[in-house]
Write a protein of this length. Structure first.
Length: 509
C-alpha cells in the first residue's frame, strides 16, 4: 500500500534532514576473504564454494593479504587513521544466506577510522559549484553473504513460494564504508547523497580495488534518513533503505524518505526505526524489518583469526603508491581538454572521464571522443542496461572511427553503423567498414552521377528549387542518400545540387 507523502519543497519549510550512508564494496580479489575459492561473477550457482565458505564443521579461515592491503589503501585514500591493532569479530544472526549463522566482520576495533571525503556538489537551481566535506566514521572489513533468489511475482520473500540460495558470493571480501551523520544539507540532501556515492565510486575505481559495478551488486548503498523539526536540538528517528544499487536510486531514496517521513510527522505519527526496501519502478520504499541494535548481534572476538597489526613501514609504502585523487585528475583533464564547466560536468556524471581520456590517448580530439561516448555509445549503453565502460568497444576503436570521420571517409551516419557492427562482434572498425561497404562515396564524379539521376527523376522539385523554395533540396538529398545507401556526404550532395542548377544556396551564406 502506498504511503502518504508531502511535496518535497514543503518538507523543507518544516524539517531538516540528517543523512548517513553505508557503502558496501566487494573487492576485486582473485579469491575469497578467508578461503581460496574463486570470486568470478556469473559462475554457475554453488560452484565456487568450499568447506570454509560453506561453514562446515572444522573448517578454519585464513585472511586474504591482498584484501587487507586493499582496505588499508581505501582507508588512506579517505584520510583515515590506520589502527595499530585491529581484529575480526563474529556477528551472530540467522539467515539462510549465512551458512555459519554468523558473519566474520569487525565491530569495536575497525581497521580504519576518522577520515573524510570532499564531495563536489552542484546546486541544480543556481548551477553553482560547492564542496561538502563528508566525515568517515569507519572503514571495516567483513565477508559477503550468499545470494537468495525468491520465486514469486515481485522477487521479494513475502510472496515467494520458495527461495533458492547461491553461496558463490558467500565469503567474498567486503568493505563497509560508514559516514558520520551528514547535516546542514537542506534542499540538496538527495544530490549530496548521490554526489558522495559517485565520488566514492570514482575513488575506488582509481584505486583499482573493485570494479564498483552497482548493477552487479559489487557496490551497494544503505541509505539512512531522519528528519527533525527546524531548530530542534535532537535528531529524528532514522530509517535505513537497504542495498540501493544505482546512483539515481540513492538520490530518489533520500527524496522519497524525506517526503514520507514528513507526512507521518505532520500526522502526529512516529517514525519506526527499521530497514526498508527500495522499489526501482516507482521510486518508493516499503517496510522491511525492525532495525537491530549492536547487542542483538552478540558480537565477540573471532577466535580463529589473529589480530591485525599493520607494519607502519608497509602502510607508508601503500600510502606512497596511492594514485592521484580523482577530483585532481579531473581538474587537470578539464584544463587540457578545454571543455566548458557544463560539458565537463556531463562527462563526470556519465562516468566517462577515463573513457574519454583513453580515447584521446589513442589519437583523437577531446571533442570527438566526448561526442561518441556521451552520444551514440551512451544511448547504446542505456538500451542494454549497462555502463558505457561495459560496452564491447575499446577507446582505441572509438578513436579510429572519429579519425575516419575527420578524414571524410565516414559520415556520422556511417560511423554509427560501424559502431553497431563493432558492438555486434563483427570486428574492429576497418573490418566492419570493409564487410559492410560503409565508406563514403568517393569523388564528385561518382556522387555527381547520383545527383544528376535524382534531379532528372524530380523535375517538379527542380523547378521549386529554382523558384527560391530551397527547402525542397531535401528531397534530392534524400534520394541520393537512398541511392548510395547512406554513404554520401549530405552537405556535399546539397552543394552539388545547387552547383548543377546554377542557384546560389542562401543557407550556405
Amino acid at each position: 500500500m502506498t504511503e502518504p507523502v508531502v511535496d518535497y519543497a514543503e518538507v523543507l519549510t518544516r524539517y531538516e534532514p540528517v543523512l548517513g550512508l553505508e557503502v558496501h564494496v566487494e573487492l576485486a580479489t582473485a579469491s575469497k576473504m578467508f578461503c581460496g575459492c574463486a570470486t568470478e561473477f556469473g559462475a554457475a550457482p554453488n560452484t565456487q564454494t568450499c568447506p570454509v565458505c560453506l561453514g562446515l564443521p572444522g573448517a578454519l579461515p585464513v585472511s586474504n593479504d591482498t584484501a587487507l592491503a586493499s582496505i588499508v589503501r581505501i582507508g588512506l585514500a579517505l584520510n583515515c587513521t590506520i589502527a595499530a591493532d585491529s581484529r575480526f569479530a563474529r556477528k551472530n544472526y540467522f539467515y539462510p544466506d549465512m551458512p555459519k549463522d554468523f558473519q566474520i566482520s569487525q565491530y569495536d576495533e575497525p581497521l580504519c577510522t576518522d577520515g573524510w571525503l570532499d564531495v563536489p556538489v552542484v546546486d541544480p537551481e543556481s548551477q553553482t559549484d560547492g564542496v561538502i566535506r563528508v566525515g568517515i566514521e569507519r572503514v571495516h572489513m567483513e565477508e559477503d553473504t550468499g545470494k537468495l533468489t525468491h520465486a514469486g511475482s515481485t522477487g521479494r520473500i513475502h510472496d515467494a513460494g520458495y527461495s533458492l540460495v547461491d553461496y558463490n558470493r558467500s565469503g567474498i571480501p567486503l568493505v563497509e564504508i560508514v559516514t558520520r551523520p551528514i547535516t546542514a544539507t537542506g534542499a540538496l540532501a538527495p544530490q549530496v547523497a548521490r554526489a558522495y556515492v559517485t565520488q566514492l565510486r570514482d575513488l575506488l575505481r582509481a584505486l583499482a580495488v573493485s570494479d564498483v559495478r552497482m548493477e552487479q551488486g559489487s557496490l551497494r548503498c544503505d541509505v539512512n534518513v531522519s528528519l527533525a523539526p527546524i531548530g530542534a536540538t535532537a535528531w529524528g528517528t532514522r530509517t535505513e533503505t537497504k542495498n540501493v544499487n544505482s546512483l539515481r536510486s540513492v538520490e530518489r531514496a533520500v527524496r522519497y524518505e524525506m517526503s514520507r517521513q514528513a507526512a507521518r510527522l505532520d500526522a502526529g505519527q512516529s517514525i519506526v526505526q527499521e530497514t526498508r526496501h527500495f522499489h526501482e519502478a516507482d521510486g518508493t520504499t516499503s517496510a522491511g524489518r525492525s532495525k537491530e541494535q549492536a547487542e542483538d548481534y552478540r558480537y565477540f572476538p573471532e577466535p580463529d583469526l589473529v589480530p591485525i597489526q599493520p607494519d607502519p613501514a608497509w602502510v607508508a609504502r601503500l600510502r606512497e603508491d596511492l594514485p592521484a585523487a580523482p577530483h585532481l585528475r579531473r581538474e587537470q583533464l578539464h584544463a587540457e581538454w578545454g571543455f566548458t564547466a557544463a560539458e565537463m560536468r556531463d562527462v563526470v556524471n556519465a562516468g566517462a572521464v577515463e573513457l574519454i581520456a583513453a580515447t584521446v590517448a589513442a589519437g583523437t580530439t577531446p571533442a570527438g571522443a566526448r561526442k561518441w561516448w556521451l552520444g551514440e555509445l551512451a544511448r547504446r549503453a542505456t538500451q542494454l542496461g549497462v555502463s558505457a565502460a561495459d560496452l564491447p568497444i575499446t577507446p582505441a576503436a572509438v578513436a579510429r572511427i572519429e579519425q575516419l570521420v575527420d578524414a571524410g571517409t565516414l559520415t556520422d551516419t556511417l560511423a554509427r553503423q560501424v559502431i553497431e557492427g563493432v558492438l555486434a562482434g563483427e570486428g574492429e572498425p576497418d573490418a566492419v567498414i570493409a564487410a559492410r561497404d560503409l565508406q563514403v562515396v568517393g569523388g564528385d564524379g561518382e556522387l555527381g552521377v547520383a545527383v544528376d539521376a535524382a534531379l532528372a527523376a524530380e523535375p517538379e522539385v527542380v523547378e521549386r528549387i529554382r523558384a527560391g523554395k530551397h527547402a525542397a533540396v531535401g528531397v534530392i538529398v534524400g534520394a541520393v542518400m537512398k541511392q548510395t545507401r547512406g554513404r554520401a556526404d549530405a552537405a556535399r550532395v546539397r552543394a552539388l545540387v545547387f552547383e548543377r542548377l546554377g542557384v546560389v544556396d542562401e543557407a550556405a551564406g
